[in-house]
Design a protein around this ligand. Structure first.
Ligand code: PLP
Length: 387
């Protein structure tokens, strides 16, 4: 079959490709430590699982409204009101199968051919892929190590043109773990308001933050009407396979996103949504315990990496990734990641999986046990000593 031209503009996520390669090596009898995939290694808390089972038994097995179950939209609106400090109406919430569709559908609803979208690079690869796919023009903004991988606002201003329709921000960030400061957020909000640009704020890691509270631009005057928040359950409640996320946006846009869902997935699984109510209204101690554990691992991984020859690693403030600088090893990042997998038996991602400005870096996910992290650090130490 001859594919449509647009398919040549669609990218992907290398994490899944590397996972497949690692699995192949395992099938050949090699033992691999998995530090490539971006999902918590914890189980979904039991109260959420019980709630889904009850929902299945209780008949929540049918279609629901495209925008999400009214009860869940109300609970999410309450949660966002509490955490972002601005009153959110349930009509401004759309429930989606995972956080990703918020991005896909909101961009589809807002970006016309040739509209420019500024997005972080290194950054989550799906931004560039979706912008390209729907005919927008991706404009990368470089996140620099010397700026703790935070977006530089002067650079942002220099990239704005009359065609700039949207700015994508992501804090805490994948792949660097960087967190934007209140000052950064204020400055970006000013740029958005002054130039009438929409902000797409990917806050999927909003609960995985190590010092202080999550800050969202949503709480600033003038922002809710020009902003979309992506958030969800995948990372916070270790629910990646449940496919449950949400977007917060002006009600008129929420209607359009719901209409896109009617045309695509109809709705999000009803029993997942019922469990989503329990997740947000039930005990939160499992989330706190997971974040504490991630913090412990972050410290082990950063300390261990900084003792390795030709590796330098910043301390990230959120998410569960580190993005060490490995440029001094003298190899291209993609080749280095490949050799680390094949020769050291550790699956990591090349920094270039997150865009061209990721050259010179690798991404390590520390969503793995301390035992495995220590094993990987030992293998990496030997590997970097030998090359
Ligand atoms: N945004 C970022 C920055 C992510 O890292 C991910 C997942 O890796 C997502 C969005 C998508 O999350 P979900 O699995 O809920 O679709």
């Amino acid at each position: 079959m001859k594919l449509a031209k647009r398919m040549s503009r669609l990218g992907t996520e290398t994490a899944f490709v590397v996972l497949a390669k690692a699995k192949q090596l395992e099938a050949q009898g090699k033992e691999i430590v998995h530090l490539e995939i971006g999902e918590p290694d914890f189980d979904t808390p039991p109260n959420i699982i019980d709630s889904a089972i009850d929902a299945l038994r209780g008949g929540w097995t049918h279609y629901g409204p495209s925008a999400g179950l009214p009860e869940l939209r109300k609970v999410v609106a309450g949660e966002v009101t509490r955490t972002r400090g601005v009153k959110v109406d349930p009509a401004e919430v759309v429930i989606t199968p995972g956080g990703k569709p918020v991005m896909f559908f909101a961009m589809l609803a807002l970006i016309d051919d040739g509209d420019e979208v500024i997005y972080p690079n290194p950054g989550f690869p799906i931004y560039e892929s979706v912008i390209n796919f729907i005919g927008g023009r991706p404009v990368p903004i470089r996140l620099r190590e010397e700026n703790q991988f935070r977006l530089d606002v002067e650079e942002l201003i220099s990239l704005v043109t009359p065609k700039t329709k949207m700015i994508v921000i992501n804090s805490p960030q994948n792949p660097t773990g960087s967190v934007l400061t209140e000052e950064d957020l204020r400055a970006i909000a000013d740029v958005s308001i002054k130039n009438d640009i929409i902000v797409f704020s990917d806050e999927i890691y909003s609960r995985i933050i190590y010092d202080g509270e999550h800050r969202s631009m949503y709480s600033f005057d003038g922002m809710p009407e020009r902003m979309i928040i992506l958030d969800g359950y995948s990372k916070t409640y270790a629910m990646t396979g449940w496919r449950l996320g949400y977007g917060v946006m002006p009600a008129a846009l929420a209607e359009q996103v719901a209409k896109l869902q009617t045309n695509c997935n109809s709705c999000t699984a009803s029993f997942s949504q019922r469990a989503g109510i329990s997740a947000l209204t039930g005990p939160q101690n499992d989330v706190g315990a997971m974040v504490n554990e991630f913090k412990k691992r972050r410290d082990i991984v950063v300390e261990g990496l900084n003792k390795i020859k030709n590796v330098h690693c910043l301390v990230p403030d959120g998410a569960f990734y580190v993005f060490p600088n490995v440029a001094r090893a003298g190899l291209k990042s993609a080749e280095l990641a490949d050799r680390i997998l094949n020769e050291a038996g550790v699956a990591v991602l090349s920094g270039t999986s997150f865009g061209s400005f990721g050259e010179g870096f690798i991404r390590i996910s520390y969503a793995n046990s301390v035992e495995n992290i220590n094993k990987a650090l030992g293998r990496l130490r030997d590997f970097f000593n030998e090359i």
